[in-house]
Design a protein around this ligand. Structure first.
Ligand code: ADP
Ligand code: ZN
Ligand code: ZN
Length: 732
């Protein structure tokens, strides 16, 4: 009897065997495609699983094997390359296969729900409606108007009708009279260019000349171009080529805040169906976008990291924009890097993949240097603007106002007086990062984390930025009842308050995750800013990602020191990337830019490097230092993390694991730990970790496999949870 081998959404790293449906024939069973969804019993639950293979027989006792309950698809909804990609990802990341397959489906299908019945979104006249004379239905002006609209165009969308004030009731009335009916919009098959491409400059031409011939087979290209050098223009021209080949393009971006601007540029250029996957979509909308992508009706798919698993009928090109961005790495559950998965996918789909960035990761730079990727450099800004001049403002001993020293304040005044805009960067939200009692020294701590609570004055709250816990802002010290509670340090809320006093009449836009929620808000804000009135933008990292602010001429980094002294091995790389990205917002178009870094360490080598070197030069120097440590990209890493109720439990688990695995592991693998994590307690759990480094991927994969198999068989104490992270971004 053949057996169905399924991947199920459980935390177990194994496949599950089931008997086929009772009345199915041998031929029917052999014809089942991998990826088909089945509803199956699991313990006392019913779950949706994905067919991986049909096996001749199971290794298990056949009387114990249960039967599938329902077959949900007749043919697989996943393409062959996506199936292969899931296979690869579950093995590379050592993740439970069911959760990996689930990543390729929208929520609705994961839950086993049928495809939603979507009512047609357009209206047209019936034969009878067409027969009506002009000016009919005079007694009902709304119905008359609707009739006119439908007479002018054969098919009118629901949105257009709504824009003319036509309600559902009016349409219903016309339908009841047999004059109008809902209808499907035609499937547009071919895309067209709406706006001609900009004439490519010399560097763009060179990049296009290298990349274009690689359509139709796998190649990886690093497009390494300073901010404003025309990377997006290169993507657009490649996408035009992709569409001319009747193929689809997949564009991955780190954050959805970027979509309004990116989307506008795409839709201005192409007369094409563009599907954007963002968190604001309902389950039904997400399913529709996914379905349009899968069936080849969508020409361009833009999305964040999870979009990398979207099945596409005829993928021709993948673009990973801002490839260095940490947001491409999923930090919990299925810990994959969407950039790395995209490269694997391009290999499986036999198409080119573009990694674009103004500040490429050391991983990609090294791959380019070793010839695995082509290296396309765009060294000049494409428009008329030049890169901003960067200088430091030494704030030692200065009286600061909301964190701003004299020099930065004067520079702000100058820019505002010239009618220009200012961007101030402070990567800390809230009013102040801690609250202390002046009488006894008590500090507001999170009960569940090894961390201080942040003061949010406007909401009168103390909040933990690690676990999200919040409580009312106390007025009195809980230890000594003292009333002198002092805030320590500086957050955006406090700086905003000071700026409002210091620059009366000037609009201050605070941009952080407290003040701006959702992509619509961000889109509206960016639009308002780009209308060009002089103003001050004050924000966290949220402000720095890919936005164009053509009227910003001054950028102030309020606390450059906060980036210095990171203990993580990627600390200096991150700092160079972040500051270069912040600086890149200034002086686009015709406004000359200036960047001021406020610091107490003007002579620190990293600060000096920012002032005097390009990102490429800094990256080169960091690369040389990194090589000496053997850390990625010169070696490979994995982290096994444990959360436990008691610190000793987690450490004992990791000690056992290390003892059992290190003796059989490849000799070149180095085991470090168990060590407490940088935040040693979060949300009530103690966190410890075991780090393994090795010169080769093969050795790391071997260790990963041994660690996972051993961990699965180790007896864990209650409340203990472990996870493995291959190619971790942070190892603290
Ligand atoms: P990046 O993606 O590298 O930041 P963009 O593609 O957004 O760069 O280009 C920056 C600016 O330069 C945009 O306003 C864009 O329209 C303009 N630009 C890009 N390429 C050209 C070109 N070949 N000729 C003229 N302007 C260009
Ligand atoms: Zn006190
Ligand atoms: Zn907390």
């Amino acid at each position: 009897m053949p057996i169905l081998r399924l991947a199920l959404p459980t935390p177990l790293r194994q496949l599950f065997d089931y008997l086929p449906l009772e009345n199915s024939t041998e031929a029917q069973i052999q014809a089942l495609q991998a990826g088909i969804r089945f509803r199956v019993p699991l313990g006392s639950r019913e779950v949706v699983g994905y067919l991986v293979s049909v096996e001749g027989e199971s290794g298990h006792n056949p009387t114990k094997i249960r039967r599938v309950l329902e077959q949900l698809d007749t043919t697989s909804l996943l393409t062959a390359p996506i199936l292969a990609l899931c296979q690869w990802a579950q093995s590379y990341y050592r993740h439970p296969p069911g959760e990996v397959y689930a990543a390729a489906f929208p929520n609705r299908l994961r839950q086993g729900k049928p495809p939603p019945q979507v009512p047609p979104n357009h209206w047209r006249l019936t034969g009878r409606g067409k027969g009506l004379p002009e000016g009919a239905l005079k007694r009902s002006p709304k119905q008359a108007l609707t009739l006119t609209l439908l007479q002018e165009n054969a098919l009118v969308s629901r949105e257009t009708l709504a824009n003319h004030g036509v309600s559902s009731a009016v349409l219903r009335a016309l339908k009841e009279k047999g004059l109008a009916e809902p209808a499907e919009a035609p499937v547009s098959s071919s895309a067209a260019i709406r706006m001609p491409a900009l004439p490519a400059n010399k560097e763009q031409t060179a990049a296009l000349a290298e990349i274009t011939p690689t359509f139709g087979h796998f190649a990886c290209h690093l497009v390494d171009g300073v901010t404003g050098s025309g990377k997006t223009e290169v993507y657009l021209q490649l996408i035009a080529e992709c569409m001319a080949r009747s193929e689809q393009a997949l564009v991955l971006i780190p954050e959805i805040g970027l979509t309004p601007q990116t989307l506008r540029r795409f839709s201005d250029r192409f007369e094409a169906r563009i599907e954007v996957f963002h968190s604001g979509l309902s389950d039904t909308e997400r399913y529709q976008a996914w379905e349009a992508a899968r069936t080849g009706r969508a020409h361009i798919i833009i999305g964040t990291r999870s979009a990398v698993f979207t099945p596409l009928e005829k993928l021709g090109l993948i673009v990973v924009d801002e490839e260095h961005d940490a947001a491409f790495k999923q930090q919990d559950g299925f810990r994959y890097s969407a950039r790395d998965v995209a490269i694997k996918r391009a290999q499986l789909e036999q198409c080119p993949v573009i990694l674009g960035s103004a500040t490429p990761s050391l991983e990609s730079l090294r791959n380019a240097a070793q010839g695995r990727y082509s290296h396309q450099r765009l060294t000049h800004r494409a428009g008329n603007s030049s890169l901003p001049a960067i200088s430091t403002a030494d704030i030692r001993g200065e009286a600061l106002q909301g964190g701003l020293g004299e020099r930065l304040i004067r520079a702000c005044e100058g820019a505002l007086a010239r009618g220009e805009q200012v961007l101030l960067f402070l990567n800390r939200r809230g009013y102040a990062p801690s609250l202390i009692c002046h009488d006894c020294g008590w500090i507001a701590q999170c009960r569940a984390c090894d961390a201080r609570l942040t003061v949010h004055r406007r909401q009168r709250q103390l909040r933990c930025h690690h676990c999200g816990a919040s409580q009312t802002l106390v007025q009195q010290c809980p230890e000594c009842r003292g009333a002198q509670l002092l805030t320590n340090g500086l957050g955006t809320e406090q700086t905003e308050e000071t700026l409002n006093k210091r620059f009366p009449g000037v609009t201050i836009h605070r941009v952080d995750s407290d003040s701006v929620q959702g992509r619509a808000t961000m889109g509206a804000l960016v639009e308002e800013i780009n209308r060009g009135e002089p103003c001050i933008l004050l924000g966290t990292q949220m402000l720095t990602k890919g936005h164009h602010f053509p009227r910003v001429s001054l950028i102030g980094v309020i606390d450059a020191d906060a980036l210095l002294f990171s203990a993580d091995f990627r600390g200096e790389e991150r700092m160079a990337q972040l500051l270069t990205q912040v600086a890149g917002r200034a002086g686009r178009e015709d406004t000359l830019g200036e960047v001021l870094l406020q610091t107490h360490y003007p002579d620190h080598p990293a600060v000096q490097a920012m002032v005097s070197q390009s990102y490429a030069e800094q990256a080169q120097a960091i690369m040389t230092r990194r090589a000496e440590t053997g850390m990625p990209p010169f070696g490979q890493l994995l982290v096994l993390r444990v959360d436990s109720d008691r610190l000793a439990d987690g450490e004992a688990f990791l000690h056992q694991l290390r003892r059992r695995v290190s003796s059989q592991a490849p000799t070149e693998a180095v085991f470090i730990g168990p060590l407490p994590a940088a935040l040693s307690r979060r949300a009530g759990k103690f966190r410890s970790q075991l780090l393994v480094s090795a010169p080769s991927r093969k050795a790391i994969q071997q260790c990963a496999q041994q660690l996972v198999t051993t961990a699965e068989h180790l007896r864990a104490t209650r409340g203990l949870k472990w996870s493995i992270d291959i190619d971790p971004l942070e190892v603290l």
